[in-house]
Every structure is written in C-alpha cells, then in structure tokens.
Design a protein around this ligand. Structure first.
Ligand code: TUI
Length: 308
C-alpha cells in the first residue's frame, strides 16, 4: 500500500512502531523493519552510548531502514540527538516534548523528523519548524499521554497541517488502521501489539498481562501532577491512586514509580512494576511474529478500505 508516508520513508507498509522505553530495543526494531514497517529504537532515558550500541546491533540484524525515538524529557536527550546524526540514522521521532532545538541539526544531516504531538498547536508549530510528518497520538496510548482521543485529534491535526499525519493510540488491528485512514492519516504508529510479538524481549509476565487484559484494565497515574502515564491496573496503580487522592507531592509519588517500568519489563514484576500499555490491550489475544502481525493487520485494513 503506497501512501505519502511509505514514499517518504521508503517502506512497504504504512506501519511504524512506537518508541517504547525498555521495549523498543534492537531485536524489535529490526523485526518491524524487516517485516516492511518502520522499526524504532526507543532512546527513552538511556545514555547516548547505549543508544549507539543499540543502533549498531539493529544494523547487524537488518539492512532495512529503521529510526530512533528521542524521548525529550530524558537527561541524555542532547547526547542521543547527536548520536543519531553521527550514526547516520535516517528517521527520528520525538516524544514527551518539543524538539525545536534539534531540528536544524537533524534537517542539515538529512534526517526525516517526525515529532509525536498531542495537540493541533504543536503539530502546526512542528510543520513551521520543518518537520516532515507528525504522529498525532491520542490518549488511548500507553505511557506518557496528552488529553485528546485519537478519534478527535487525528482529523483536527490532518486539517491543520499539509505534512502527512501518522495516527497513534488505540490501534491494534486492521479495523483500527482503516479507521485511522478514514480520519485523514497516511500511516499508523503501533505500540502495544508489538510488545507481545515473538521478537519482543519483554518478560513473559508482561506479555501475558497484556494478552489477558480486559477493556477496562487500563489506568492513568500522575494526572494530578501533570504527568499522566497510562498503564495496566495493578497493586502499584492502586497504591498510587490512594496516595494521589491523599494529595501527596509529586516527589513522593515519583518515588513510588522510580525504576518500575524496568522492573516490569525485565524482571516480570507485574504487581508493583509499571506495565505501560494502551487501551487496546484488551483486543490483543496472541503472540505472533512482527511479520505475521503486520501482514494480518494490513490484509484486514486493505479489505475494509476496498483496496484489494
Ligand atoms: O512520549 C510518549 N510516550 C511516552 S514517553 C515515556 S518515558 C516516561 N516514563 C515515565 C514517566 C513519564 C515518561 C513513556 N511514554 N508519547 C509521545 C507523546 N508526546 N505523548 C504526548 C506527548 C507530548 C506532550 C506534550 C508532546 C509534547 C508536549 O508538549 C510539548 C510542548 O512543549 O508543548
């Protein structure tokens, strides 16, 4: 399927992988790219040199292009921003902030820059600063989220900018992809479904928690302090909600979640760890390879869109 995004990025399918912290490492990125989508290495809070190593390991697994997601709240964002240039990365997505200060450097290096936005205002601003596309990410997504739903954000961003729009948040099958196209998107970004792929290195407990999740199993922590994070309900989110209701400070609440994403992803502690996942977790029922996932979703989407 050809769209403005497949043409821009030189990929077979209009599917890009989310830049998920601790999850989007070289095996997953290489598998999504090898399957014809765009894989991404998630910089998250990692130091620049760790991201450089991940990039080099992904290159050993695939000769297809892949990108890097720069998480702008990271203390290492400046270093990661330079590493992507030094390593000749062709596509960068950004999250959790405004990437303006890096845009000139990236554009001069010929990098395609795709900021993730949660508002029309930031989408417009990114277009003015030379972004090649934007990801419009609704609050159905896992992790750090904005206020708008995908259903409301995507068409408003699509109307506001000329550059192509990639829809994200709540998309986990071909129906979601077809719907995103109807809303004006030229591609989708998918996170939660790829977490349970065969190539994903997350702990088996984490995968099973997503596979067993029901529609209502999602919770948002941190709303009261302006840092909303969507994850699956567990003992940690219940304790967090209790402390949040008691009016505890941002520092006290942050202490409860420090290092807990790694604990869930690597150690499999799905009770006190943070199991970041989107609201579509309830739809995801099985582990498959990234190739199987992408081909199944695209077949379904193409059927629905009448492009068979
Ligand atoms: O970035 C994400 N999702 C993330 S980042 C992350 S790492 C983290 N870990 C623990 C606590 C907090 C973060 C986990 N998930 N998605 C992209 C995204 N960006 N969603 C929303 C935004 C966003 C929000 C506000 C982008 C820009 C923005 O405002 C910037 C400005 O200055 O106007």
């Amino acid at each position: 399927m050809k769209t403005r995004i497949t043409e821009l990025l030189g990929i077979q399918y209009p599917v890009i992988q989310g830049g998920m912290a601790w999850v989007a490492e070289h095996h997953l990125a290489a598998a999504v790219s090898a399957a014809g989508g765009l894989g991404l290495i998630g910089g998250a809070n990692a130091p620049g040199e760790v991201v450089r190593e991940e990039i080099r390991k992904a290159r050993e697994l695939t000769d297809k292009p892949f990108g890097v997601n720069v998480m702008l709240m990271s203390p290492h964002a400046d270093d990661v921003a330079k590493v992507v240039v030094e390593e000749g990365i062709k596509v960068v997505t950004t999250g959790a902030g405004n990437p303006e200060k890096y845009m000139d450097m990236w554009k001069e290096a010929g990098i395609k820059v795709i900021p993730v936005v949660a508002s029309v205002a930031l989408a417009r601003r990114m277009e003015r600063y030379g972004a090649d596309a934007v990801v419009a990410e609704g609050c159905e997504s896992g992790g750090h989220i904005g206020e708008q739903t995908t259903m409301t954000l995507v068409p408003q961003v699509a109307d506001a900018v000329e550059i192509p729009v990639i829809a994200a948040g709540g998309i986990g099958d071909g129906r979601g992809i077809a719907a995103a196209f109807m809303l004006g998107a030229q591609a989708v970004q998918i996170g939660t479904r790829f977490v349970v792929s065969k190539e994903s290195v997350v702990h088996e407990n984490y995968k099973q928690r997503i596979i067993k999740a029901k529609d209502i199993d999602s919770a948002v922590t941190g709303r009261s302090h302006g840092h909303p994070v969507r994850c699956l309900r567990n003992q940690m989110t219940r304790e967090y909600a209790k402390l949040e209701a008691e009016g505890k400070s941002f520092e006290e609440l942050e202490y409860l979640t420090l290092g807990t994403l790694r604990r869930a992803v690597q150690e499999g502690d799905v009770a006190m760890g943070t199991v970041m996942a989107g609201q579509i977790a309830g739809l995801i029922t099985k582990e498959q390879t990234c190739k199987e996932m992408i081909e199944e979703m695209m077949d379904q989407a193409k059927g629905l869109l009448g492009r068979n």
